[in-house]
Design a protein around this ligand. Sequence first.
Ligand SMILES: [Fe+2]
Ligand SMILES: [Fe+2]
Length: 341
Amino acid sequence: MLGSNDMQISVLLAGDQGFRTTVGSALGPEYSVVEVDSVHSAADALLAAKPALAFVDLRGSSETGLAICRRIKGAASTRLLPVIACADEGQLALIAALDAGADHVLAFPPPLGELQARLRAALRTRLATERLEDSSQVIFALANAVEAKDAYTEGHTERVGALAVEAGRLAGLDEETREALRQGGVLHDIGKIGIPNEIINKAGLLTAKERIVMNKHPLIGERICEPLKSLKALLPMIRWHHERLDGTGYPDGLKGRAFPLPAQVLQLADIYDAITTDRPYHRARTRAGAIEFLLGEAEKGWRDGELVKLLGVAALNLNLGRTREEDIPAPPAPIGQRRTE
Ligand SMILES: [Fe+2]
Ligand SMILES: [Fe+2]
C-alpha cells in the first residue's frame, strides 16, 4: 500500500485549524502530518515525531509562529530542519519571517505549485545537510571513544565546551564562534587517539621522549578533522590549544596576537577543567585555586590575565569546580607534574 508508515515523510504543521487544513490537503500521501497549535506542543512534536520539515503560520506576525521558528532554529538538534512559513504580503512581514529563521516564505493561501516546489527544494537541502551531519557525527563519536579511553577525564570535553561558550560570551565572541567553541570543546583532544594509553594515563612525570609523543596530539587532531568542511572553524582551536602567548607553547610557538582569541578561550577552559578535576597525576584545585594558578601563568606571560578573570566568572556562572578544599580527595598516586592536556 502506498504511504505505509515508515515510508512517509513526517511534516510538522504549526498554525490554526484553517492553516493546517489548507496546507495539509496540499500534501500528497507520501507525507504524514503532525499538527500543533502552540509552542509547547511544537516542542513536544519536534522531539517525538522528528519531522523532516516544518510549515509555520506567521500570518498577522503570529507570536506563536515566530516563537516556534526561533525554537526550531535555536536548538542544535533541530537547527537544520527546514522551515516553510506563510506570511502576510509586504516587506516587513517577509523580513520578520526570515529573521525568525524561515527558509522559505509563501503567501496564504499558498499557490499549490509553488508550495510543492518549495517543499521539494527544502527536502533536497535537508538531504544534503543530513549527509553532512552524518559525516561529522562520526568524528564526534570518535571523540567520545577517545574520552572513554581515559577514565579520569569523563565529561571533560563537554564541560570544556560549555565553559568555553560561556567565557566566549563574556568576551563578546559572536554566536557562530561560540558554537565552534562548543564543538571545539568536544574535539580538541581527539588527536589523543594516536597517543598510547600508557602515556595518557601515566601518573608520574613524562620523560622527554614521552613528552614529544604527547605533544603531537594537537596536530593529529587537526589532521583527523581537516577533511570535513563543517569543522573548518575548529581547526585553529584544535591545533593551537597548547600554545602560549609568549611563544613557548606548542606546536607552532605562536606569539601574542598570532594566537587567536577563540583558541585562547578554549585553552583556558581546557586547563581549568583539567586542574579542577581529579586526575591520577595531580590533586585537583578549587575554583579559586585554579583561577589563581592561571593568573600566575598570565604573569609568566603565557595567558591573558583579563581573559582568565572572565573565565573565573564563567566558571562561577556555570557552577563548575569545587569551592571547598575539604571536598577534594588526595590523588590515587604520588603527585607528578601538573598536566593540562
Ligand atoms: Fe590537549
Ligand atoms: Fe583537554
